[in-house]
Design a protein around this ligand. Structure first.
Ligand code: ACO
Length: 334
């Protein structure tokens, strides 16, 4: 877990402005207090300032005084953000009345701050469902040039150092795209490669997973993975990527030697790209629970500015780590 310490150190070196829309949520407030104490990021907490201050006092959180508190119902940029929202969504039929109402929703407000250059990134989800956190981000912040598909990676810290990069692997997509097409799967691979470099500080060796290795079975879902591998190579010609590979051929050298002897990735993959969200989400949870791996994420990738979604069961430590990761993503995008 030295990587997490490195990520926190990188965030401290170049403090980013992170907005926390759930400013009256207790775990968020406790994490914010520690982040401000440790100078990991500059923070804006969205919520009624009186409520935030009262909760901070009750919980003895002295450092919350260093945060900017933003009342979504009443602040100086409210009209400006409402106009921006209407401008961005008018093709989708948004009216001024709808924009005036939505701009008071902390999850929309946070994205409008980022879009306006008033913050560098956002973390939410301790109290909100994934879709509610993602939707405003997808509508307002949108994707990076060349990417149309946002996806989510987990850093998997494995019990066994033999696998991946000294026990570290990246799994994607485990959070967003239920059923990616071949071009979307290629984008997930490319986005995960960028996350591997920017956040995990490793050079990716990407296995595009399926239930077949190099033509051992035939099915249209395998064709999708083969096509995605081809497109990803086109998008990033220097990428060390191979597919389709079965999971054992991807990570076990002896199996790789039998099933894919020519492959430069097989047997030593440190990034696993799953064919769809069902497989990715189930796989990371099984490795986490049955394999006792530590799963950190999802780290959302492909967005023009970083927004990350917490699990509603998250701990204070999870929020702390995800703020540091979000700050690192913001630094990498600048
Ligand atoms: N990348 C980029 N843009 C996207 C994506 C994406 N992956 N998905 C949707 N969009 C855009 C759409 O193009 C649309 O833009 P527009 O309004 O400007 O045209 C906008 O986002 C809204 O799209 P919808 O499809 O209407 O939004 P919807 O709410 O139906 O779905 C969502 C988006 C929330 C991401 C959905 O795909 C979803 O729920 N995914 C699964 C999330 C989930 O439950 N994950 C598992 C739990 S997380 C965990 O266990 C770690």
């Amino acid at each position: 877990m030295n990587l997490i310490q490195d990520i926190i150190a990188r965030a401290k070196e170049n403090p980013q402005h992170i907005v926390l829309p759930e400013g009256t949520e207790e775990r968020t407030l406790r994490a914010a207090d520690m982040l401000l104490r440790d100078k990991v990021a500059k923070l804006t907490l969205i919520g009624n300032p009186d409520e935030i201050k009262a909760l901070a006092k009750e919980l003895n959180l002295d450092h919350i005084a260093k945060a900017t508190l933003l009342n979504p119902a009443n602040h100086e940029k409210k009209q400006q953000y409402a106009e921006l929202l209407m401008e961005l969504r008018k093709k989708k039929g948004m009216t001024a009345e709808e924009a005036d109402k939505l701009v008071q929703d902390p999850l929309y407000l946070a994205c409008l701050m980022i879009k306006s250059g008033d913050a560098d990134g956002e973390i939410a989800g301790a109290r909100s469902a994934t879709g509610d956190v993602l939707r405003p981000a997808l509508q307002i912040i949108k994707t990076l040039p060349g990417i149309s598909c946002v996806s989510g990676t987990f850093l998997m810290f494995l019990k066994d150092n033999f696998y991946g990069e000294d026990g570290l692997m990246l799994f994607a997509d485990c959070a967003v795209m239920p059923n990616p097409t071949a071009p979307e799967l290629a984008q997930i691979a490319v986005s995960t490669a960028l996350t591997a470099r920017a956040i995990a500080a490793i050079e990716p060796r990407i296995a595009m997973l399926s239930f077949s290795t190099k033509g051992s079975a035939k099915n249209e879902v395998i064709d999708k993975v083969v096509e995605a591998t081809r497109i990803a190579k086109e998008m990033m010609p220097n990428l060390n990527i191979d597919g389709e590979l079965q999971a054992d051929a991807a990570i076990v050298p002896k199996v790789a030697a039998l099933k894919a002897p020519e492959s430069k990735v097989a047997g030593k993959a440190n990034v696993l790209v799953f064919p769809n969200l069902e497989v990715g989400n189930i796989a990371y949870k099984l490795v986490q629970r049955l394999g006792h791996a530590e799963a950190v994420g999802p780290i959302l990738q492909g967005m023009a500015a970083p927004v990350n979604d917490l699990s509603r069961g998250c701990s204070v430590e999870d929020i702390y780590k995800m703020v540091a990761i979000t700050a690192n993503q913001a630094i990498a995008l600048k």
